[in-house]
Ligand binder design. Structure first.
Ligand SMILES: Nc1ncnc2c1ncn2[C@@H]1O[C@H](COP(=O)(O)OP(=O)(O)OP(=O)(O)O)[C@@H](O)[C@H]1O
Ligand SMILES: [Mg+2]
Length: 254
């Protein structure tokens, strides 16, 4: 789904969180949002998902005005850094949650829910853990389950807010490749917030750098690597140059 953010601004009382921000995110793209703390990244994701409403401006999905759409109508999958799983629910029930929460007429049958959860557990390569509780999983496994839960509703867009921020470097790298694999298979439009410049460049086809007070788009950097990239690109000179370029933009916009 093609996402257009058209001159969105957001104020919380006297705090201007977003100055008019405009972004044009092609359908099926994976884009990254970078920027200092307080530059409005989370606010922008929440506005896209319908958890927050803009003070002015419009959001368009596939050309249609979505500014007044409810959370359910938008069908966004969310993964947050600290928005952990429901602790009292098994992995199966966590993933099934969004499907079971649908109004009765739209709710899949019990068998259909089970079929979809099984498929998602395969997709995140954790087929054996349906009956476990979150406390019985590693951090990386939990984030994969969170990703599966976000995918269960067949989202039109996936909104990721520092989803791998709490993971160790090795698990994080594995998760990045998981995400790329899931994205290639589902072709959901993905908007990912991260503080990690290398992660932003490795995963996305476009990096938006926001600046703070109030948040606005300071730069838009296209990433010229193919969709079927592998970790090897991180060792190329082009990758290194792009990292330096984006880091310089971040320093200029602190
Ligand atoms: N509910 C709220 N009420 C008041 N102010 C808010 C609210 N949510 C966010 N803000 C303010 O809006 C600005 C942008 O916040 P936001 O959480 O979007 O930043 P961010 O870029 O995600 O930062 P971080 O990198 O620290 O997560 C900040 O100044 C913040 O204090
Ligand atoms: Mg944030």
């Amino acid at each position: 789904m093609h996402i257009q953010i058209d001159e969105i601004s957001k104020a919380f009382g006297s705090t201007a969180a977003l100055n008019p921000v405009s972004l044009n995110i092609p359908g099926g793209a994976l884009v990254a949002l970078l920027g200092p703390s307080g530059s409005g990244k989370t606010t922008l994701l929440r506005i896209l998902g319908g958890l927050e409403f803009p003070t002015s401006g419009r959001v368009l999905f596939d050309g249609q005005d979505a500014t007044g759409m409810t959370v359910q109508q938008r069908r966004a999958g969310f993964v947050f850094q600290s928005y952990a799983l429901f602790r009292h629910m098994t992995v199966f029930d966590n993933i099934a949650y969004g499907l079971r929460a649908r109004p009765r007429a739209l709710r899949p049958t019990k068998a259909e829910v089970a079929r979809r959860v099984t498929k998602l557990l395969d997709l995140i390569q954790l087929p054996q853990i349906a009956d476990r509780y979150p406390s019985q999983l590693s951090g990386g496994q939990r984030q994969r389950v969170a990703l599966a839960r976000a995918l269960a509703i067949e989202p039109r867009m996936l909104l990721l807010d520092e989803p791998f921020g709490a993971l160790d470097a090795q698990t994080k790298r594995a998760m990045q490749d998981h995400l790329l694999e899931v994205w290639r298979r589902t072709r959901a439009t993905v908007v990912m917030v991260t503080h990690d410049v290398e992660e932003a460049i490795y995963l996305s086809s476009r990096v938006y750098v926001l600046s703070s007070h109030p948040g606005r788009v300071a730069a838009e950097v296209p990433v010229p690597f193919p969709d079927d990239r592998t970790p090897r690109i991180k060792r190329t000179p082009e990758f290194g140059e792009l990292v330096e370029q984006v880091e310089a933009i971040l320093i200029d916009n602190r």
